[in-house]
Design a binder for this molecule. Sequence first.
Ligand SMILES: Cc1cc2nc3c(=O)[nH]c(=O)nc-3n(C[C@H](O)[C@H](O)[C@H](O)COP(=O)(O)O)c2cc1C
Length: 178
Amino acid sequence: MARDLPVTGVEQFFGEDEIIVSKTDLKGRLMYCNDVFLRIAGYTEAECVGQPHSMIRHPHMPRCVFKLLWEHIEAGDEIFAYVVNRCKNGDHYWVLAHVTPSRARNGQIVGYHSNRRVPDRGILENTIQPLYQKLLAEEQRQSDRKLGLQESMAMVHRMLEEHGMPYDKFVATLKNAA
Ligand SMILES: Cc1cc2nc3c(=O)[nH]c(=O)nc-3n(C[C@H](O)[C@H](O)[C@H](O)COP(=O)(O)O)c2cc1C
């Protein structure tokens, strides 16, 4: 969803002290969005609740990042990920998202929760944006979407092997070095 919607190239910003929050059901449909979410994305609550989270997907996001996200949370793990989202008017905003499963008393996963903060500019510009551009180019280079995802996932795994660490450590290392 939202893959072919137009973008303006204009970046929007939110406050260092603000948190963009959303909660979803097991399928990633929005159940709750806080005011900061609605303000920066430019939607009303009624436009968001019940919609797939991909309604704010930006076409410059590599698909493999979302594959990693879902692999982690469906396995019951948390994940930190840098994400660029699309506003309703086509502008965009960068976040560092912390996505976690929400559990019932019996431990069963009943939905997911994302808290997003302002990302470090240096990490974005020096590491994340160049990495995502390479991953996206790889996905777009392949004729077939499935093959594109396979190849970009392989790129991520090669990069992590070079760094000698799993994805969560890699993201933590970036944060600690900032
Ligand atoms: C709690 C939670 C938060 C998410 N946050 C975002 C987000 O901020 N932006 C986004 O594009 N996708 C987010 N996703 C992932 C979407 O569900 C979806 O996988 C992604 O937009 C790719 O959609 P597509 O497969 O239709 O291209 C989130 C998923 C969950 C469960």
